[in-house]
Structures are given as C-alpha cells and as structure tokens.
Write a protein that binds this ligand. Structure first.
Ligand SMILES: Cc1cc2nc3c(=O)[nH]c(=O)nc-3n(C[C@H](O)[C@H](O)[C@H](O)COP(=O)(O)O)c2cc1C
Length: 184
C-alpha cells in the first residue's frame, strides 16, 4: 500500500510542508509506504501545449511515474487569493496530459492545508477538490486544515494542540482505510 505525498508550496520553511510531514508520520505509523515528492526540487517549467507533451522534462516523467505507482495522493496546499497556487495547478495540468495517459484516474486523494491566516485554506480546498475530481480522483471527503499556522506547530514539527493532533490522526486513518480498500 503506497501513497505519494507532496505540497503545493515552493516556499522555503513552508507551513504546508510542515503539515505534510506530520501527516506522513501518521500514515507511516499505520503501515502505509509514503513516497514524499519535492515540488521545489523538480523546478518545473510552465506547461506549454506546443512543446510540453512531446518533450516533457525528466522531472515530470518521474512525477507521473510516482503518481502511477501510488494508490493515493496526500496533497497539502497553501491558499493564494482564495484559491490554490498557480504552481500547483500547473503541476496538475502538466501531469494530466496527454489525457490518454492521465495518471490521476482512480487515485484516492486526501487534502491538507495550512495558513498563517484565520481561514484555514478552506476556499483553496474546495477548488482543489473540484479539479482532482475532474481528473478522476476519488477525493476523501473533508480536508484537514490548520489556521494561524505560525502558532500551531512545536519545534519538532508536531501540532501543539492535542485535539488537533487527534483530528489529524483520525483524518490520516480514514485515508489509510480508503487506500486499503482500493488496494485490494
Ligand atoms: C500571492 C499570495 C496570496 C495569498 N492569499 C492568501 C489567501 O487568500 N488566504 C490565506 O489564508 N493566505 C493567503 N496568503 C498567505 C499564505 O497563506 C502564506 O504565504 C503561507 O505561508 C503559504 O503557505 P506555505 O507557508 O506553505 O508556503 C497568500 C500568499 C501569497 C504569496
């Protein structure tokens, strides 16, 4: 049982990377093998239909193979201007083409998000779910989100609040159960 985990943030010191790492720990504790993909290191160009399908960069070929090799995707996204970042949309658009080779079809997805603001990335989550569903993913209901992220984590990267830690563990558990069902 394998999951691919990545965040839609390119920012050094990202809150979403921190939240992703906490969720990955929980998944691994439940026996899920997690492949953590580094978005920033991939250094992807903007998707250009004139050239990108025929000549994709090696990092994109690698990302698509990782999606294909996983039963599900754990995606942590920031909120940018009431949606998710353009860089993440570019990644999803790029990887979805050519449509005959769309690697997202049938994958279970679980959504996370962290923001230093009060809104918990909820608007980004709605838009991300819409796109993931359009790509043929089975989106896990709900999302685990963190507001006021600058105060939410301790120095080890764990969530400080016990109830929040339990909620994350429950969310990760639901994702692991869904992965098990779909891996049979
Ligand atoms: C272009 C831009 C737009 C943003 N818009 C929002 C927003 O709509 N809602 C929000 O909660 N935070 C917004 N933020 C603040 C981000 O939540 C903040 O930069 C956060 O640290 C991004 O996540 P990261 O730390 O994982 O990179 C915005 C930041 C940028 C750069």
């Amino acid at each position: 049982m394998k999951a691919l985990a990545f965040s839609g943030s390119l920012r050094t010191g990202s809150w979403n990377e921190r939240l992703l790492a906490a969720a990955v720990k929980g998944l691994e504790a439940r026996g899920v093998t997690v492949d953590v993909w580094n978005f920033k290191a991939a250094n992807l160009p903007v998707y250009d239909p004139d050239t990108s399908d025929a000549n994709p960069p090696a990092a994109m070929v690698d990302f698509k193979a990782r999606v294909r090799g996983a039963a599900g995707l754990l995606v942590a996204t920031p909120e940018y201007n009431y949606s998710y970042p353009g860089a993440l949309k570019n990644l999803l658009d790029f990887a979805s083409r050519p449509s005959s080779e769309n690697p997202f079809r049938g994958k279970v997805t679980a959504q996370l998000g962290a923001t230093p603001g009060p809104g918990g990335t909820l608007q980004a989550q709605v838009m991300l779910r819409h796109v993931l569903a359009g790509l043929g993913c089975h989106t896990l209901p709900g999302a685990f989100t963190v507001s006021r992220a600058a105060d939410a984590f301790d120095e080890t990267g764990a969530l400080k609040d016990e109830r929040q830690r339990k909620n994350l563990d429950d969310f990760v558990g639901r994702f692991a159960d869904e992965l098990t069902l779909r891996s049979r």
